[in-house]
Design a binder for this molecule. Structure first.
Ligand code: ADP
Ligand code: MG
Length: 389
């Protein structure tokens, strides 16, 4: 009986299947518009971290092997002026891509010269303000370039942009392998096995509030650290000095009374007396809370060691300023635990990069905002756009 129940439990966590490239029919000679996540960090015109770009490679190679003609689109940076040229250098090396330049008439004409197996990369979509405006005229122009649309850009798929939610209105649409992997892994995080713990750090409580509420229903414990803890201290009436807080107030919020929710019991501050570890009650108006202290890690440790499921997003301290001790200790504890561990967030990954333990987690998500939206809602605008077809 027990086994049957377990089987049932397991099957309930199988995510609804998304349409994948395999469903797209014969691909030889077909023009595929592949929306990839190409927003890699660039320094002095060179890509400094290839991980995101490498995630686009399985889709591209699969399409090439089927004789498709691949048209890759994506964005980079926040400024309209930023260029995908450094990303092109990497894609040229990895899959022999050609440069399409701007998506104007000259660019579009290059899609007619493609042979089977060719890969063409166009310039940063955000050069055209219609992309972020989700202007359907751009979606129509993009759709006209191809026969089939594939979204393999999970980390951009929380945005209601033309290339994400507009194009699927005009083309048969599917998801690529990196998207589906991310979707299936994060889906598991929505159905944790008990005992479970969700650890949330970083900043901007206003963006993470719904997630705390949702996860406190799903996880046995929710630890709130990083600058988010400052909001809790403040709402409890404690002095937080010059610490970073969010523009929203938690005062009177049910989070404060939720017995599942844990917060730091000691904090590392910087102030007139230098760097010190104190109790949250001892912070003075001149201090700044910048990390969690060792007693907090001691409290977290047994939960992590006994957990079957761990989900972690957000550093526990301002690691950029060197307040990285608690974050690194936490990362090592999770890496050594027997639990199924899922971690994610741009800054979270950056904060533990130096430890070189990425492969000790069951899944490392490179999606920041999209991960939060997916965990919060169980879906993404991109998924809804393709589902609607
Ligand atoms: P992620 O990108 O992993 O989702 P966030 O963007 O939410 O994480 O938050 C990361 C930021 O939070 C980092 O810039 C880090 O310095 C900051 N942070 C964490 N704890 C503190 C703190 N106590 N004081 C100031 N900043 C903090
Ligand atoms: Mg961040």
């Amino acid at each position: 009986m027990r086994n049957w129940l377990n089987l049932f439990r397991f099957s309930s966590s199988v995510p609804p299947r998304l349409p994948s490239i395999d469903d797209a029919g014969p691909l030889r000679g077909r023009r595929i518009l592949l929306r990839a996540s190409l927003n890699a960090p660039i320094k002095d015109g060179v890509v400094t971290e290839r991980f995101r770009i490498e995630q686009a490679v399985p889709a591209i190679k699969y399409l090439q092997s089927k004789g498709a003609r691949v048209i890759v689109i994506g964005h980079i940076g926040r400024e309209e002026k930023e260029t995908l040229a450094p990303v092109f250098d990497v894609l040229k090396e990895l899959v022999g891509a050609k440069w399409g330049g701007f998506l104007d008439i000259n660019g579009a004409s290059k899609t007619h010269d493609l042979s089977d197996g060719d890969v063409l990369l166009f310039e940063n979509l955000r050069h055209d303000s219609r992309e972020a405006d989700n202007d359907d005229s751009l979606a129509i122009e993009l759709a006209a370039l191809a026969d089939i649309y594939i979204n393999d850009a999970f980390s951009d798929s929380h945005r209601e942009h033309s290339s994400i939610v507009g194009v699927p209105k005009h083309l048969p649409s599917y998801f690529g392998p990196s998207f589906i992997k991310e979707y299936e892994e994060l889906y598991q995080a929505l159905d944790p096995k008990s005992p479970s713990i969700f650890i949330l750090g970083g900043a901007k409580f206003e963006t993470k509030m719904p997630l705390v509420k949702k996860m406190s229903q799903k996880y046995d414990k929710v630890f709130i650290g990083g600058a988010l803890a400052n909001d809790i201290f403040k709402a409890k009436g404690l002095e937080i000095g010059k610490s970073l807080v969010s523009p929203v107030s938690l005062s009177g919020n049910e989070i404060l009374k939720d017995p599942k929710i844990l917060a730091p019991v000691d904090v590392v501050i910087d102030g007139p007396d230098g760097r010190r570890t104190v109790n949250p009650e001892e912070v003075t108006p001149a201090d700044k809370i910048l990390d969690a202290g060792p007693a907090t890690i001691d409290i977290l440790s047994p939960y992590i060691k006994s957990a079957k499921s761990i989900l972690w997003n957000g550093p526990l301290g301002n690691f950029e300023l060197g307040f990285s001790t608690a974050t690194e200790k936490l990362a090592k504890l999770i890496a050594d635990s027997q639990a199924r561990s899922i971690i994610g967030g741009g800054d979270t990954i950056a904060s533990i990069h130096g430890l070189q333990i990425d492969d000790k987690f069951d899944f490392v998500s490179t999606a920041g905002g999209a991960m939060l939206v997916f965990l919060e809602t169980g879906t993404l605008p991109a998924i809804e756009a393709i589902r609607k077809r």
